[in-house]
Design a protein around this ligand. Structure first.
Ligand code: PSU
Ligand code: MN
Length: 306
């Protein structure tokens, strides 16, 4: 079915939920194609959709398939995204190019936000956000996720940002860009694998309804742009910050030695951390995405009820 925007293809289920004002949760696909190994990636994608459905919301995984931006995918699409080497990592700048070539693209936080907004979906669940890379003072490597958050009206539920990034500088950029950063049930900004980061949370909320109220007030005021919802990994699944810190440092120095930069940087680091931890980081990653799906479904439900 064609969506509210002529070039977007929505599934009937997603189109109906959007039209009726029912809760919908967008999901990204870079996390599937370039963030986790096969087959755990596909299993994670299926389970996360199931969690959202069980909580009464409609999941809408977003990707570009055969040049067409799609909002809501079939099971075979998830399998393709998770297993095919022909799926490009598509951030905002890459979107028109992959469409022009009729290719397959896994969308990042930035491009998923934009496609979600075009489909009028306002809540998006992921694992971790992109941000200001360490050493960005020299490399200028700052994720387009941040500029997208400054312009596109979508709330993004994540477990914070990994310390492959410079967390302090990422929070500074978000402040400059006018993006509210809400930590859920904590005074500290979480760092993906760990509940702590050493950085205090700019703002704290303790419920999904508080997040929905921030979204409503922001957009009613005409303040364009997203809301960062930083939901810490559950204690039972956490990897202590000092333990993962040493592993991240090793992955970063391996990357420097290989000369990997640009759009390859984040996927390389994610894969290398899984390798070094022998898969322990993957279990934590999957657990935090599921936890975000539970909270995000609640946010979508509260926002739909306003
Ligand atoms: N951080 C993670 N897991 C991820 C990503 C980031 O912990 O899967 C992905 C997201 O899709 C994010 C993208 O939008 O990497 C950022 O890439 P870049 O730094 O090239 O903008
Ligand atoms: Mn980058």
């Amino acid at each position: 079915m064609t969506g509210p925007h002529p070039t977007l293809e929505l599934t009937d289920e997603v189109a109906r939920a959007v039209r009726d004002g029912d809760p919908v949760v967008a999901l990204e696909s870079t996390i599937i194609s370039h963030g986790m190994p096969y087959p755990q990636n596909v299993e994670m994608a299926r389970e996360v959709e199931g969690i959202i459905r069980d909580l009464g919301a409609t999941p809408a995984t977003i990707a570009v398939l055969g040049g067409r931006p799609r909002v809501g995918l079939a099971d075979a699409d998830l399998e393709l995204l998770g297993s095919s080497p022909a799926v490009d990592k598509v951030s905002l700048r890459d979107l028109p190019y992959v469409m022009a070539r009729g290719g397959h693209g896994a969308t990042t936080v930035a491009s998923t936000m934009r496609l979600a907004a075009l489909a009028r979906v306002r809540v998006f669940v992921t694992g971790g956000l992109g941000g200001v890379h360490r050493g960005a003072q020299q490399t200028f490597d700052v994720s387009a996720d941040l500029t997208e958050l400054s312009t596109t009206d979508v709330a993004v539920v994540s477990a914070g940002v990994k310390s492959i990034l410079d967390i302090g500088l990422t929070l500074e950029r978000l402040e400059t860009l006018g993006v509210p950063v809400l930590a859920v049930g904590t005074d500290e900004f979480p760092s993906f694998y760990s509940r702590s980061s050493g950085h205090s949370a700019p703002m704290r909320v303790d419920s999904a309804s508080e997040v929905a109220a921030v979204m409503r007030h922001k957009w009613e005021l005409g303040l364009a742009g997203g809301v960062v919802v930083a939901n810490p990994i559950p204690e039972a699944d956490e990897i202590p910050a000092d333990e993962i810190g040493a592993i991240i440092d090793r992955a970063l120095s391996d990357m420097a030695a290989l000369g990997i930069r640009g759009k390859e940087a984040t996927p390389y680091l994610l894969g290398r951390i899984v390798e070094i931890t022998g898969g322990a980081s993957l279990a934590a990653n999957i657990a935090l995405v599921k936890n975000n799906a539970r909270f995000g479904a609640g946010v979508a439900t509260e926002y739909a009820s306003l």
